[in-house]
Design a binder for this molecule. Sequence first.
Ligand code: PXG
Length: 413
Amino acid sequence: EGHKILDAMSGLWCVNVGYGQRTLIDAATRQLQELPFYNAFFQTATPPAIELAELLSEVTPPQFNHVFFTGSGSEGNDTIVRMVRRYWDILGQPERQVIISRQNAYHGSTMAGASLGGMSGMHAQGGLPIPGIEHIGQPYWVEHGRGMSRDEFGLVAARWLEDKILAIGAQKVAAFIGEPVQGAGGVIIPPATYWPEIQRICDKYGILLVSDEVICGFGRTGRWFGCETFGTRPDLMTFAKGVTSGYIPLGGVMVGDRVAKVLIEQGGEFEHGYTYSGHPVACAVALANIKLVRELGLVEHVRDDVGPYLAQCYEGLRDHPLVGTAETCGLMGALLLVKDKTTLVPFDPALSIGMVCRGHCFANGLIMRAVGNRMIIAPPLVITRTQIDDMMALIRRCLDLTLADAQREGWLA
Ligand code: PXG
C-alpha cells in the first residue's frame, strides 16, 4: 500500500542483519539442493552442523566447546532443564533439582520455558510452573530500588538469589537462569553491580549459571554475548533468534566444559534430542549469518558506533514530559512513560498509555513495542546513524502525539 515502515523491533528481536540479505537466502537454497535433511542422532551429523558447531565455539566465550542444537529458544531452555538435572544426577547429587529464575523473565512458551519464565499470566494457563522451579524478584530499579542508588540496588537484588538458595537449601539447587537484559519483560537493564554479584553467589554455592542469550546473543548488547557485557562466566547459554537472524528457525544450548565433561565422560547417552536438531538448512543459514555479522563488523558497529550513538539520542529524550526513564544497552532501548516525571508516578494501567503510543507509532511508520508503560526497541544491528536519526524523529513525533492525547483527556498529574 506504499507505506514505509521502520522496523525498530527487528521482527521479534531477531532480524539482526536486516531483511533481504542475499548470502543467507543463497545458503539456504544451496543446502536444500545439496542435502535438505539428515538427523543428528545415533552418531551421525551433517557438514553444516559440524561447521556451525566449530564456528559457535569460536565466537562464544572460551569455556564453550560443545553445542546441543534445537529448533527454538524454548526447546533450548527445555533442554537446559533436563541437562542440569542430568548433570547433578551423574555427580551423585540427584536432590539438586531446583532451578531459580526471576519474576517477569521470559524463557519461552513450552511447559519448561514458560515455567522458567516469570510471567504470571502465562503461569495461570496450563498449571504452571512445573515442580522444581522457583522465582525471585527482578532487578528493576523503578519497581524495587527507589531510594537506593542503582548500584546499591543491584547488590540488593542479586542477594535475593542468596536468600532463596538458603531458604531452599543449597544442596537442592541445581542452577540459576537469567537473561542478561530481560527483553520481553520490557528491556529491563540491570545495574552494573547485579551480574557480578550473581556470579559470586553461584560460585559460592557451586550452582550452575545459565545465561539465556536468545535476545542478547550475537551482538545485540555490543559484545558477542550479553554475559560478556555484564561480566559473567556462564556454564550454559541458550541461543536462537540472532543465530540465523530469524531467516529460518534454529536454537540451541552452548554447553560449557564443566558440564560437557561430566555429561560426556561420565554420563553415557543423554536421552534427548529433536528431529530438527542440527537441521542442515538451518545450520547453513546460521553459518552464512555469523560470517556476515563478522564481515560487516556488526558487533563492533554496535559497541563503538551505533550503540553509543543510540545511548546519546536516548539521553536527549529524558527532557520529554512523558518520559520517566530512558535507557539503552547496545541496540536495545526502553522509555518508561509516566504521569509525573519527578516522582515517576505511573499512569493508571487501565489507560493503556503504552498501547496509545504504539498506535501512533504504527500509524506513523514506526514499529516500537509497548510492554505495559515501557516503550521498547531493538533495531537491526545494521542500522546506521542516519537511520537512527530518522527513527528518533519518529519516536519524538509519536511521544508528542501521545502527550497531546494525555493532555486532552486530562490523564497527566
Ligand atoms: N528466551 C528468551 C530470552 C526469549 O526472548 C525465548 C527464550 C524463546 O524462544 P522461542 O524461539 O521458542 O520463541 C525467547 C523468545 C516478546 C516475545 O513479547 C519474545 C520472545 C518470543 C515471543 C514474544 O517480546 N522471545
